[in-house]
Design a protein around this ligand. Structure first.
Ligand code: NAG
Ligand code: NAG
Length: 147
């Protein structure tokens, strides 16, 4: 009887600490210097969040490295993710349309090709890996992203 009771107490204590573990984990997911956050809604995918929240595809992935996987298929409704951190937050962005090229995007934004590449480190030097729906930072300043 006594051992059954202590087992029950142990199970309850373990359940409580598991719940606390989850709470601590979701709070820890946002960087301390998170400047903007976003709560995932059903149907979201990374580039859709980027387009509606003015975040480049590169920045969203960088800020959520280790939380959102590279295929962006582990988001869940209610999850709070960070959109940008203080001092490393590009808020001028362009959603790629079909027919866009890095040159046309840079020209339209009035920035150099080099600045566009510097702020979107997921784009290769020939700019042949961009696709419609992807979001590029078109800020005129080079954002000091930590790698
Ligand atoms: C998310 O941002 C809102 C509005 O700035 C803020 O009130 C809230 O504390 C932030 N949430 C987290 C988990 O940091
Ligand atoms: C996104 O950025 C554009 C241009 O910088 C701005 O006009 C627009 O208001 C921004 N949208 C949001 C949702 O912040």
């Amino acid at each position: 009887m006594f051992s059954r009771l202590s087992l029950a107490a142990f199970v309850i204590a373990a359940a409580i600490s598991a719940c606390q573990g989850v709470a601590v984990l979701s709070a820890r997911d946002l960087p301390a210097n998170c400047a903007r956050n976003y709560t995932v809604v059903p149907g979201d995918f990374c580039d859709a969040i980027s387009a509606k929240e003015n975040v480049s595809s590169f920045q969203l992935a960088l800020v959520n490295k280790g939380v959102v996987d590279s295929a962006c298929d582990n988001l869940f409704p209610g999850e709070v993710i960070c959109l940008g951190t203080t001092g490393q937050d590009c808020t001028t962005n362009h959603v790629i349309q079909s027919g866009d090229t890095c040159t046309s995007i840079a020209d339209a934004a009035g920035i150099s090709f080099g600045t566009l590449l510097a702020n979107n480190k997921n784009v290769d030097n020939a700019c042949d890996n961009i696709f419609p729906g992807e979001v590029l930072c078109t800020a005129s300043d080079v954002i000091p992203y930590s790698s």
